[in-house]
Write a protein that binds this ligand. Sequence first.
Ligand SMILES: [Zn+2]
Length: 112
Amino acid sequence: MTDPLLETTEFDPADDEESSRAPERAKPRQRYKLKDDTGFDEVPKKYRRFYRRWKGKGDTLAPNEVICPVCKVVIRSARDLRVGDRVYCMPCFSRLTVILGESGLLEAKVEY
Ligand SMILES: [Zn+2]
């Protein structure tokens, strides 16, 4: 089975469909230029800029980044992420939903 996400030329780990659950859907998204310098080699070169390794303590997440709870890889979107967004973690094939964590920061939870 081919993942339809991977067939699009404009791949982005975040689903482009605006979620109705996102409370701020009317606000335009900020776009991010992803530099291909993450050194992340667990996915094909083409998709590398959408993922990076979490560096641990001292590392921070940008508004367009969220950590995969399964493999702890940082997923990066070309736009800022919001609650209700669905993202795809290619390294571990997880489909995730962006939620507001207890810390007030965005987190991802696995969709079953
Ligand atoms: Zn993952």
